[in-house]
Design a binder for this molecule. Structure first.
Ligand SMILES: [Zn+2]
Length: 412
């Protein structure tokens, strides 16, 4: 069947490595019989069979190792500009910004995490002139200017910066602005929340943020269903309906009753396998990752479940079935990352499965897979949603026993 459902629009085109060699890694067993590999990857399967005994690594040690690799392999001055919270220097700055609050004492490469946050932000600021700023079709978390203003406002608690962030509503409320998270209004809602939590005791600022969010949410709600991005009715967390529902509900839970029908429809799209289609009408059941498929839906459902008391049984069944699919098909051969890799998929699981999945994202394991040409390298190997910074986030979640959340998506 030819359809473009597996075309992941947010991933840049990459050159693929070709090999037919078998993996020497202890746990890597290809699963080509069930899931033929995409044409460009030759003999590399889409995922590994999940049949090795459950193991774990020390998450704190792995977190420090991951951050050290990030700083030594991808220091601030080497990160190309662009990408907002999704990839690029701002995304890495945001990781360190969030982690420094969780690990105020931690030093990596002899510096506290706050220093590294500032260094990556500085790299982004050095390229300020090359950032176009938001427009109606690019007004989500991937916009650098909006993301930088938000991080700045959150770290300085400067009310003028909040006003500046809220003025971007002039763009996000333009007719025809996109609604999804990466490039649309739902992503702007995340930026508003990230600032809001830092002004919990400032009524005036909270009112301004809430009024702005309200205006944006009303426009998303008035948009015809199904919500579409580039003409397609996407379902997943990054471009689709579950991402939009999640951002609205986490921003203002009082909208949940009005989103019940949308959520019921979304739950009904679940395949018998437990996975979700990338878009509607459904095509082949292929992708099991945060951006397209069960992992993104499950992680979203976990965080919005409490706002839908009437649907809780349905949601719980959907999560359980989704997890079965992720356990079977979620050990991806793409380089471990949050958006379309093992680190993100792990966050949809409970212990000990989460920690077991993460054992595939250690430096040691990745080297072995790379050597065997069993890993499809990322185009942005440093960044928050596509590389090392996201692997670090998953280790931090495991280390602190945090709720399974995606940084930049549903962690606030
Ligand atoms: Zn992705």
């Amino acid at each position: 069947m030819t359809n473009s459902e597996d075309h992941e629009r947010h991933e840049r085109k990459h050159s693929s490595k070709h090999s037919s060699s078998k993996p020497s890694s202890s746990k890597a067993k290809p699963r080509e019989d069930l899931d033929p590999p995409p044409a460009d990857s030759h003999h590399r399967p889409r995922y590994f069979k999940n049949d090795a005994p459950t193991t774990r690594r020390d998450p704190k040690k792995q977190l420090i190792a991951s951050l050290t690799r990030l700083l030594t392999s991808y220091p601030p001055q080497l990160i190309p500009p662009g990408g907002g919270l999704y990839y690029g220097p701002v995304s890495i700055a945001y990781l360190f910004f969030v982690l420094q609050r969780m690990y105020p004492e931690m030093l990596v490469e002899e510096q506290p995490l706050a220093v590294w946050s500032a260094a990556y932000l500085k790299q982004a600021e050095n390229h300020m002139k090359s950032y176009p700023g938001p427009e109606a079709q690019k007004c989500g978390v991937s916009d650098d200017i909006m993301a930088m203003v938000a991080i700045d406002a959150a770290s300085t608690r400067d009310a003028d910066l909040v006003k500046e962030l809220c003025e971007f509503a002039n763009t996000t409320t333009e007719p025809g602005a996109d609604n999804e998270w990466l490039y649309g209004r739902a992503g702007y809602l995340y930026l508003l929340r990230l600032v809001r939590v830092c002004f919990a005791d400032d009524r005036e600022v909270l009112d301004l943020i809430d009024d702005t969010a309200d205006e944006v949410i009303e426009l998303i709600m008035e948009s015809p269903r199904p919500w579409k991005w580039h003409g397609k009715a996407y379902v997943g967390a990054v471009h689709g309906a579950i991402g939009i529902i999640t951002q609205i509900v986490l921003t203002d839970g009082s909208w949940a009753p009005k989103l019940e029908a949308d959520l019921v429809a979304l739950l009904s799209y679940q395949y018998d396998s437990g996975n979700w289609p990338s878009s509607i009408p459904p095509g082949r059941d292929r992708l099991v990752q945060v951006c397209h498929g069960a992992p993104g839906v499950v992680i979203s459902l976990m965080s919005i479940r409490k706002y839908f008391p009437k649907l809780q049984n349905k949601i719980d069944r959907a999560i359980a079935r989704g997890r079965e699919c992720i356990l079977e098909r979620g050990l991806l051969t793409k380089e471990p990352c949050l958006c379309h890799g093992i680190s993100g998929n792990a966050l949809a699981l409970e212990d000990p499965d989460l920690e077991h999945f993460l054992t595939f994202s250690t430096g040691h394991e990745m080297k072995a897979l790379e050597k065997d040409r069993m890993m499809e390298a990322s185009d942005d190997p440093a960044s928050l949603w596509t590389g090392e910074a996201g692997r670090a986030w998953a280790w931090a979640v495991a280390d602190k026993g945090l709720e399974r959340r995606l940084i930049g998506y549903n962690d606030v």
